[in-house]
Design a protein around this ligand. Structure first.
Ligand code: GLP
Length: 250
């Protein structure tokens, strides 16, 4: 089965010098998507990796790039953090992108980690992606353990938007965004692997040596739920944009 699956592998890998070049490459892919289809549906990510991309998109907007018809779906959100909590992904997106471009509020979608019924919220979110016509281009970072979105190792490939328990490694990695490690939520809502794989195009970005192991396993390792990003080997249109340090083990 695995050998069969590997036959459809078609990964584009772009290796660049550094964070700035990685950001420029990915931002240009998004700009081209928006120019080609002004009402594109963008799948967006958080974390430190896409910060340069958002800075560039804000600059492109100042130079005339129009987001008025764009729809966005974020990958994930912590459970239990209000929208005005500085570590919530809603806050992050507002700070880094939405306050700087002209996307319409009604077209911005982020899972609601404060929803009273989380299962319902997951269903609602998945359905709204479908109703928007699906994602044209999905931006991804990668966790040091190979997670995409918040799909931790062991997540089934058939998952749609779901509630996840964060692993120790992810809680440790993300503690830097909180006052103390104890403040990091232990759960999140995340698009599932299946939701991500439905995107028509995927761009995974990674920079820095700490991502080198995850990248080599995602690109060259077996397709396995132990390393969630390895599933991308089965996607027909995925581009890895990685800097030299993250590519050092390829
Ligand atoms: C979080 C996010 C992921 C992101 C990852 C990597 O866990 N849920 O979507 O890819 O962090 O973060 P960073 O880009 O800060 O290394």
């Amino acid at each position: 089965m695995q050998t069969e699956l590997r036959k459809v592998k078609k990964l584009n890998i772009v290796i660049v010098e550094n964070f700035d070049q990685m950001s420029e490459h990915a931002a240009n892919m998004l700009r081209n998507q928006i120019l080609t289809k002004p009402d594109s549906v963008l799948g967006l990510a958080t974390g430190s990796t896409p910060l340069g991309v958002y800075r560039l998109l804000a600059e492109y907007h100042e130079m005339g790039l129009d987001f008025s018809e764009i729809t966005t779906f974020n990958l994930d959100e912590y459970i239990g953090l209000a929208a005005d909590h500085p570590a919530s992904y809603r806050y992050y997106m507002e700070e880094n992108l939405f306050s700087k471009v002209n996307a319409a509020k009604k077209n911005i979608h982020i899972p609601n980690g404060m929803a009273p019924d989380l299962e319902k919220e997951c269903e609602r979110y998945e359905l709204s992606i479908q109703n928007a016509g699906g994602i044209d281009i999905q931006i991804l970072g990668i966790g040091t353990n190979g997670h995409i979105g918040f799909n931790e190792p062991g997540t089934e490939f058939g998952t749609t938007t779901h509630v996840v328990d964060l692993t120790e490694s992810t809680i440790n990695d993300n503690a830097r965004f909180f006052e103390s490690r104890d403040d990091v939520p232990t759960q999140a809502i995340s698009m599932g692997i299946k939701s991500i794989m439905k995107a028509r195009n995927i761009v995974l970005m990674a920079n820095g040596e700490s991502k080198a192991d995850a990248i080599v396993q995602a690109v060259k390792g077996p397709v396995t739920t132990d390393l969630p990003a390895s599933v991308l080997q089965l996607h027909p249109s995925v581009t890895f944009v990685v800097d030299k340090a993250a590519a050092s083990k390829l």
